[in-house]
Design a protein around this ligand. Structure first.
Ligand SMILES: [Zn+2]
Length: 256
């Protein structure tokens, strides 16, 4: 194993943050806090699956605000997260919206719908006085309408598993992500192999991202993988940062 320089960093993103998923994440977050120097980007869903209204839960909002105070970042992650649009009509859409995921809320909607949902999310963040730099689409899936809407809104960045994109230009920066598919036992077994290989391949990159999901927290194999991965990276001298930290450091601090 090479010895990473202290310039190397990692980014932990907690996907699908909503009152409904907090019990899954809580022990993990406590463990990260015990390590003492792990910053996290929390991908907040305003109304997860129409059942978990984040901005109507005072205790949960207080918890998120305590994270901001610690230097963590809150990111807008869809509005409902689930794909409620009319049934897919093409084979490609069927694959993307039914076989690949049911969670691509911002894949099928048009520019106007995307803009409305994004503006509602922006407004909710603004009402709490939360800084907002990033939007990450559920399942990282953006349709043309969403991409166009993002060009006219005050986000600084979006991302997919392989890249960060500066907005509004969509200038791409390669920062790959380790991610688990924890839905089934065979997927979990494969994920360990795939992530071990990827981590090895990414060992010379300046920054490595980790995309964590609530379901990862429900299985020993995936939960333990993430604990070990983060503890190893810290031991190897990597610094923890948020997505916003990365943009401040690599692209420059926001001026407007
Ligand atoms: Zn998600």
């Amino acid at each position: 194993m090479s010895t990473p320089s202290s310039e190397q960093s990692f980014i932990v993103a907690l996907h699908d943050i909503a009152p409904q998923t907090w019990q899954d994440y809580r022990p993990f977050v406590e463990r990260m806090d015990a390590l003492g120097n792990v910053r996290m980007s929390w991908l907040v869903v305003p109304d997860f699956h129409h059942q978990s209204a984040t901005f109507e839960d005072p205790a949960f909002l207080n918890m998120l605000e305590s994270r901001l105070a610690k230097g963590d970042e809150l990111v807008l992650h869809g509005y409902y997260h689930c794909d409620d649009a009319p049934a897919p009509k093409t084979l490609r859409d069927y694959y993307m919206r039914r076989l690949y995921t049911y969670e691509g809320e911002f894949y099928p909607i048009d520019e106007q719908q995307a803009r409305e949902r994004l503006e509602r999310g922006i407004e909710l963040f603004a009402q709490r006085g939360w800084p907002l730099d990033g939007f990450v689409a559920p399942a990282w899936l953006m349709g043309e309408g969403t991409r166009n809407a993002l060009k006219h809104l005050p986000f600084r960045y979006t991302s997919d598993p392989g890249h960060f994109y500066e907005l509004p230009s969509f200038t791409a920066h390669r920062v790959p992500t380790l991610v688990w598919s924890a839905r089934a036992a065979w997927r979990r077994a494969m994920s360990k192999v795939v992530n071990d290989v990827s981590k090895w391949q990414y060992r010379h990159l300046p920054t490595i991202r980790m995309g964590l999901h609530p379901i990862d927290m429900r299985f020993d194999s995936s939960r333990t993988y993430w604990h070990r991965c983060i503890e190893q990276l810290l031991d190897q001298g990597y610094r923890s940062e948020t997505k916003r930290d990365w943009f401040d450091r690599c692209i420059g601090a926001r001026t407007v």
